[in-house]
Write a protein that binds this ligand. Structure first.
Ligand code: FMN
Length: 274
């Protein structure tokens, strides 16, 4: 487990790192009074890096990929609330795409943002599967349609809607991936004992929100997610590592149409206590 590397020329021993450590394991060293983690407590460090993130002097680095540390001038990370509000509220589910592909480089830039999404206990177990080839996206859509045909007339909650969806597909329309060129899945190790896919869904939400900044639009692939729960041919097509399950998927690409307005949403339902 990592320890912290303190630059003694910069450290003022203000112990902000101790105050902000969620595990409470950073203390002044008995000899030097500079912050340190006792050997006995090293295993409790979850590598969240709050010690360095909140250091006013930028005087320490967590000894985990220290070469990747990025510092910035105080205040450089602020966003104007009006800009943020417009940006986030104008994000739309995109269902009509240009055929041109998004470059792998752009996808990497979006994923690089999404990898900073929070994870429970900073476990960082989320992994990504990018279906880059449009033909493979079509194969996954086709398998999802096969699943739909298999639940026709069953007691599945979607069964009543399936004939309509199948009719659209048979007429050449793609109701599953909307002819998007790409698909991305966030997956993580889960078992029947612990089936918590929250971290993967949070990471995908970050992808969904970051994408429009790159001119890319996405939509949550709900039908694929439903099919994945119970359709082995689709599970086999994704070929995830053993014990891994999909949190969710998004289909994405360059939007065909531009967003020019923000549709209304239900009023907030809030109960304030206290
Ligand atoms: C969990 C989830 C699953 C969804 N599944 C699909 C889907 O399979 N196909 C689709 O066209 N839209 C899907 N959507 C998009 C919703 O219909 C959309 O978010 C909603 O209509 C609001 O529109 P907006 O995202 O543009 O605000 C899904 C959205 C979520 C959050």
């Amino acid at each position: 487990m990592p320890n912290i590397i303190v630059n003694q020329e910069l450290c003022t021993k203000c112990h902000q790192c101790s105050l902000t450590c969620p595990m409470g394991i950073i203390r002044p060293s008995r000899e030097t009074k500079y912050p340190s983690i006792d050997k006995a407590n090293e295993d409790s460090c979850m590598r969240c890096g709050h010690c360095e993130a909140f250091c006013p002097q930028q005087a320490l680095v967590l000894d985990f990929l220290p070469e990747e540390k990025q510092s910035f001038a105080p205040g450089a990370n602020t966003v104007n609330p009006d800009n943020l509000s417009l940006y986030m509220r104008s994000r739309r589910s995109i269902r009509f795409f240009k055929p041109e592909p998004v470059s792998r480089e752009t996808i990497m830039q979006i994923l690089e943002i999404a990898r900073y999404a929070p994870t429970g206990g900073n476990s960082q177990k989320v992994e990504w599967l990018v279906i880059y080839d449009p033909a493979e996206v079509k194969r996954i859509a086709t398998l999802t349609m096969d699943w739909m045909r298999s639940i026709l007339g069953s007691s599945h909650p979607l069964a009543a809607y399936v004939p309509h969806i199948i009719k659209g597909w048979d007429m050449g329309f793609d109701p599953i991936c909307r002819n998007a060129p790409h698909l991305v899945f966030a997956h993580l190790p889960v078992s029947d004992f612990i089936d918590d896919r929250t971290d993967a869904i949070i990471a995908l939400s970050h992808f969904d929100l970051a994408a429009p900044a790159f001119g890319v639009g996405a939509c949550w692939a709900g039908f694929i997610r439903m099919a994945l729960d119970s359709y082995p041919p689709l599970q086999e097509a994704l070929a995830l590592p053993a014990e891994h399950k999909v949190g969710y998927g998004l289909f994405f690409g360059y939007p065909l149409h531009q967003v020019t307005a923000i549709p209304r949403r239900n009023k907030l339902q809030i109960e304030w206590r206290g």
